[in-house]
Design a protein around this ligand. Structure first.
Ligand SMILES: [Zn+2]
Ligand SMILES: [Zn+2]
Length: 904
């Protein structure tokens, strides 16, 4: 509300929570609005080049010093006595170039890590490379460069960019997922999962991206298209593939979400929907043996339907099948007309899948002329085939209850199927008066439902499911939308799967274990790891897995019988790599195990994880699963990988996400060259709250650069007062009003930034508050020169300003710290502590409204009570003019924040 009170005089009398950074943003962004002071400063800079802010000189100097000291950002061991803080940003794919979205993501994490160092934490802030994946293969096709070489040179280039940006990463813990020292542990985990039945192979219908030329997991299909190829429709193929049994953890993955208060609500909701738990019942309807007067002698076939509303089964007036359901296919075998209809529907479903919108399909169906028997009442209901039922969803068959289901009602109305009411608000309700469809799950009771008539729906669900089970024609069950994670990829640049297929069948060497059939699956022993990815492989996108054409890789011996065997030639999904990389950071050079559990148990869970929301049901669900598997293997103690998750907004330009195809990409290198790394990363934090999208404006970077240049110039004002000297002593009583006022703002600024780091992370307003502080110092130059503000206080203000800048502009902070005579490394200094007494306002400005309209702002002593504030408001001339001749009916005083006078 106060943001609108533009008549309010000095900005600094507003509380920071109400501060809108936009006015400062625009003043730093636009040359035309440059203040007289800034103009003077700029002129001064241009005449004396010695004092000019030159990131091109300052930043490489500090970069070289920091690079020379690998221990600088290294975490202390797990025996450290400091409180630990694991600060982690999602690792990048090494495309060769950081983009602005990266700069933003890492600037957020780096600011937090630096703040945590300064508040005395043992901080782990590592970085690595999600280095397997398809782009390396595509680049190999295009440039004839081997994927490994291309990837490693990209890593080198991006690491250089990270260093140039001054990111404080612990490079001693660097992890590169495409190197055998890392991926051997993917293989090791795969074997552990295989042993426990968590990794298995089956033939099934899978998603196939024709552009990637590989299978995709369900999570990698977005609206029917490939997650990497937004314009490419995913096809369905029947293939034998490896799966990880994530569904074994479905319940735990779902229940855990309730406790994950440090995760954004939207991510938890997305995961819950993806897991899609629903309780229901499988019920078998027998296919009636008579059709159109003809006798059929085969034993009765059955159709199993899944329903969440078994209580409504007396209202079932048809059974409906997916066109590809085996029973439907069976009917079609002797019925040409039906076969033609089915073919049409299959094509329709394929088309809808490709268009990415199965929900929008125009529903229609065809009666088969055959009947199914409802096992609850022995009644025959017609069997239909319908285009909106999918063979791979549920059982591919439903019972249709038009009176109590929206979709069934719509279908029955269209095709003239019977609508039979079996649920009512109460037993005596007049049937005719009830609008259909009536769902009534929570409050309804059954009518016309045999022995269950009169039961509540919820009770009946349980009893009828149990009845079906006892009768051998049904089972209560829980189903999930979540399916097992398909991890086979028909690509080269990934982790080889540590499995061979033995050509000879033989007895199992282990008693009690089944023998291996010819062509059967044999897991390699741990001693055979790593299965190295061969080099010098011809990459093509034709003819399946490239590894299949490398004879020296494929042909091997069976570890059990020593006979000839073939290796698995698919590689693992790269999301396997990222499912556990953050555990490896705690012990990145371990050659004996994926990590030392003692180290992981010290560092985990991650205290703050930062990354894009696009991973909500990809990486973020896979890594939760992996954590639970590792816990069950006894490797870790935590149930969840990260205590807190932050998802930052996107960087957009001209209204769209930056992307090569849109031609709106801004290169970080160019920005650094023009304005420096500090200005570039500080702008990424300043231009918008971190959880919102940021609209990139180069003027804004220029503005931040001018601000930093102003800070740099002002350090001269400190003059002989050395920044690094001991804190200002003395008591408030001895200080001048000018000193008290400057210290008040200083301590308010400390309080504001400290509070923001503890959760809200509105770094944009943090930086705005530093700008206000700098404005204030700037405006007090004369007072400083005249000695009204002592050298001691000036030094204290500059020392603190330098520390406050350290998380946001590390290069400039380091330079100012050194120039000010500070000892040691600036971000190893203690974070300043706000003194509440010094921060306390002596006066407040309270807006005064008359009938809800702002009239003026009144200044009152900070300790005024409501009566005093009201009196001061009424004494104002403008207020008196406005209320003259009227009756004051009510006065609202909001605790020194607002006075509203209601008059008639
Ligand atoms: Zn694709
Ligand atoms: Zn064998």
């Amino acid at each position: 509300m106060l943001a609108d009170t533009t008549c309010c005089g000095s900005q600094r009398h507003r509380t920071y929570g109400e501060w809108q950074s936009s006015s400062l943003q625009s003043s730093y962004m636009q040359e035309t609005q440059m203040s007289e002071g800034e103009r003077r400063e700029r002129a001064a800079e241009q005449t004396s080049s010695a004092g000019r802010y030159s990131p091109a000189e300052i930043e490489p100097k500090w970069q070289a010093r920091w690079d020379a000291d690998p221990a600088l950002y290294a975490a202390e061991g797990h025996e450290s006595r400091k409180p630990k803080f694991y600060c982690l940003e999602m690792l990048p794919y090494p495309s060769g170039q950081l983009h602005m979205g990266h700069v933003r993501n890492y600037a957020i994490g780096d600011a937090l890590a630096r703040y945590m160092w300064m508040t005395g934490h043992n901080v782990l802030h590592p970085m690595g490379w999600d280095a397997f994946g398809l782009p390396a293969e595509n680049a190999a096709l295009k440039n004839q460069r081997p994927p490994r070489e291309w990837t490693l040179s990209n890593i080198a280039a991006m690491k250089k960019q990270f260093r140039r940006l001054g990111m404080g990463f612990d490079w001693t813990a660097e992890v590169t997922t495409c190197l055998p020292e890392y991926y051997r542990w993917n293989q090791w985990f795969f074997l552990k999962m295989f042993e426990r039945g968590l990794a298995y192979r089956k033939k099934s219908r899978v998603n196939w991206c024709p552009a990637c030329r590989t299978v995709l997991a369900n999570e990698q299909v977005v609206g029917g298209n490939c997650w990497r190829h937004e314009d490419t429709a995913v096809e369905q193929r029947n293939l034998t593939q490896w799966f990880l049994r994530i569904t074994r953890y479905a319940d735990e993955l779902l229940e855990g979400l309730d406790q994950m208060e440090g995760w954004p609500e939207k991510v938890r909701t997305m995961q819950a929907n993806w897991i899609g738990r629903s309780e229901g019942t499988f019920v078998d309807f027998a296919v009636a043996s008579e059709s159109a007067g003809e006798r059929i002698s085969e034993p009765a076939e059955k159709i199993t339907v899944f329903t969440t509303r078994v209580d409504t089964i007396f209202g079932a007036t048809s059974v409906q099948l997916a066109p590809e359901h085996p029973v439907a296919q069976g009917f079609a075998a002797t019925d040409e007309r039906l076969a033609g209809e089915i073919e049409g529907m299959v094509a329709e479903q394929k088309g809808a899948r490709e268009a990415g919108d199965l929900g929008a399909i125009e529903k229609h169906g065809v009666a088969t002329g055959r009947f199914a028997v409802n096992p609850f009442n022995g009644e025959r209901v017609p069997i239909w085939i319908a285009n909106y039922i999918l063979a791979d969803y549920g059982t591919g068959a439903i019972m249709s209850v038009p009176a109590h289901d929206e979709r069934d009602f719509e279908f029955a109305t269209k095709f003239g199927l019977e609508v039979r009411r079996v649920v009512a608000p109460n037993v005596d309700e007049d049937a005719a008066g009830l609008a259909l469809p009536y769902l009534g799950e929570d409050e309804g009771v059954l009518v016309e439902s045999g022995e269950w008539t009169g039961e509540s729906c919820l009770e009946a669900q349980e009893k009828m499911a149990a009845f079906a089970k006892a009768g051998g024609f049904g089972t209560p069950t829980v189903t999930y939308r979540l399916k097992d994670w398909g991890v086979s990829r028909q690509r080269y640049w990934g982790t080889p799967i540590p499995i061979v297929y033995c050509e000879r069948g033989h007895e199992s060497p282990e008693p009690g274990k089944p023998g291996v059939e010819a062509g059967g699956v044999v897991a390699l022993p741990e001693s055979a790891l790593p299965v190295l990815l061969p080099e010098q492989v011809e990459i093509t996108q034709e003819g399946g897995s490239p590894l299949g054409r490398v004879a020296s890789f494929v042909n091997t011996t069976c570890p059990v019988c020593g006979g000839p065997a073939r290796r698995e030639t698919d590689t693992m999904d790269t999301f396997v790599d990222s499912s556990w990389y953050f555990y490896r950071y705690t012990d990145a050079r371990n050659a004996e195990a994926p990590f030392d559990s003692a180290k992981v148990n010290y560092w985990f869970p991650i205290d703050q994880y930062i990354g894009g929301v696009e991973h909500a049901i990809l990486h973020l669900i896979y890594s939760r699963f992996w954590t639970k598997v590792m816990r069950d293997l006894g490797l870790v103690k935590n149930d969840e990988p990260a205590a807190r998750l932050f998802t930052q907004g996107m960087v957009i330009r001209n209204g769209a996400k930056m992307s090569k195809s849109k031609g709106n990409v801004v290169s970080p290198d160019e920005m650094i060259e023009r304005y420096g790394a500090d200005a570039t990363r500080m702008y990424a934090l300043f231009a918008a709250p971190p959880d919102r999208d940021l609209e990139w404006q180069e003027d804004g970077v220029a503005g931040v650069s001018r601000f930093l240049s102003r800070v740099y110039r002002l350090r001269a004002v400190a003059g002989a007062a050395r920044v690094g000297r001991a804190e200002a002593g003395g008591t408030g009583l001895e200080r001048s009003e000018a000193e008290r006022s400057l210290l008040r703002l200083l301590h308010q600024t400390i309080a504001k930034i400290t509070q923001d780091f503890s959760g809200r992370w509105h770094f944009n307003t943090c930086i705005a508050s530093i700008m206000i502080l700098v404005n204030e110092i700037s405006g007090r130059e004369a007072a400083i020169a005249a000695g009204e503000i002592s050298a001691e206080v000036t030094a204290e203000v500059f020392r603190t300003l330098t520390l406050l800048l350290a998380p946001f502009a590390p290069f400039l902070a380091a330079e100012m710290w050194e120039q000010g005579g500070g000892q040691g490394v600036v971000f190893q200094q203690a974070w300043p502590v706000a003194d509440a007494e010094l921060a306390r306002e002596s006066e407040l400005e309270v807006p005064v409204q008359v009938n809800g309209k702002l009239v003026t702002v009144v200044r009152v002593a900070a300790e005024s009570d409501e009566e005093q504030v009201k009196a001061a408001a009424l004494a104002e001339e403008k207020v008196q003019a406005r209320i003259a001749g009227k009756t004051l009916v009510k006065t609202i005083v909001v605790k020194t924040k607002l006075v509203n006078l209601v008059v008639k």
